[in-house]
Design a binder for this molecule. Sequence first.
Ligand code: AMP
Length: 188
Amino acid sequence: MRIVLLGPPGAGKGTQAERIASRSSIPHISTGAMMRASVASGTELGKRAGKYLDAGQLVPDEVMIEVVRERLGRADCAGGFLLDGFPRTLDQAQALDRLVQELGCPLSHVLELRVPVETLKERLILRGRKSGRSDDSAEVIGERMEVYERQTRPVSDFYREQGTLIEVDGSGGIDEIEARLREVLEGA
Ligand code: AMP
């Protein structure tokens, strides 16, 4: 399975991605986690990306596309992968289309978790208290939601127009949401 999991910040992508990837024995590729790790270890990439993460803004497309190209080319992705947090712009979505074509393996599922905006905000504030993530503060949450609306919403439209987008209700408990996602993945 080659899965893309879409959804706004706070939709539960990370939690669900981890569960699905581990059940399906495919790598969970979280571009956010990759970026945080690069920042923490002070690599060249981390130095370039740090300011965007702190501000809740997107790392430039050419950087992210290269990171994902390299990651998907690794041996552990040969049997499938789950992308969490990528693509986040139309350019990234188009680049991913080209990339999977080059690799000879089209995406099998594009899933989008749909969650009411009030629930998202509540979840993010709660997570901010627990995670200590620097971008889970109230102001940065606001910025990340705006960035999502402006830059990532067109990605859903892109897949919807392609006819590949599957929308899944992302409200309720973690197990409940996982069951909905599994139904889609196992049913197709
Ligand atoms: P996330 O954990 O997915 O919310 O990502 C945290 C941060 O990493 C984002 O706010 C961006 O600064 C950066 N990031 C992660 N994925 C991408 C992407 N596909 N494009 C640009 N920036 C990204």
